[in-house]
Design a binder for this molecule. Sequence first.
Ligand code: SF4
Length: 231
Amino acid sequence: MTVGTAGPMEGVKFGYGLDLSRCVGCRRCVYACAEENNQSRKNPQIHWIRVLEMDKARGVDVNHSDIYYDAAEVPRPGHFYMPVQCQQCRDPPCVKTCPVGATWKEKDGIVAIDYDWCIGCRCCMAACPYGARHFNWAEPDLPAAEMNPKTHVLGNRPRPKGVVEKCTFCIQRTREALSRLRGDLSRGRPEVREPAGPGKRDPPGHGMTKRVFILKEELATHPSFFYFYAT
Ligand code: SF4
């Protein structure tokens, strides 16, 4: 097992774009994430990504979504699917509420947690409007044979009982350019860059003429996670 400590790259700010028109609600990303990030398999079973099933007639309506739908029957007619995980907010309420400074925002936009400092008070869970933080109620169940040995100290290293954990944009991969499509929001690369704004379309010729939005925009948390419809 290796525990990496790679820090933020100078001038880089990470973002995430998710094409809702392609998501079929299979939850394979949920289980792939659990494997990559060494999440407890059962008792407690922890998932950093939760996929919401929503009614097309209602549009994006978290209050009327279902996370317990049957993934063997997807996609269900009249429904669409929306994976939700830590949004790496630019103004993260979870960070403001932590009484011991165990969580903070890194220069590249990733909201990190130091699991050695976390006291398990769960204030951050109450503050997060996206349900993105998860508490280890019991000794995590992670069979040695299933462990991903490539870890980062602020990311997927095994966590102890009694701490809160969450997605870190796969910090152990993104900081080594191992993500699928990686980009720097601050440099204006056409296929990976900050969209024109929620609800707006980018002008033609910018490589991204899509309907883009962020979740719970009204809360002013300013997520680095952008949902869009490519078709
Ligand atoms: Fe914090 Fe929740 Fe925002 Fe993630 S989504 S940065 S846990 S407030």
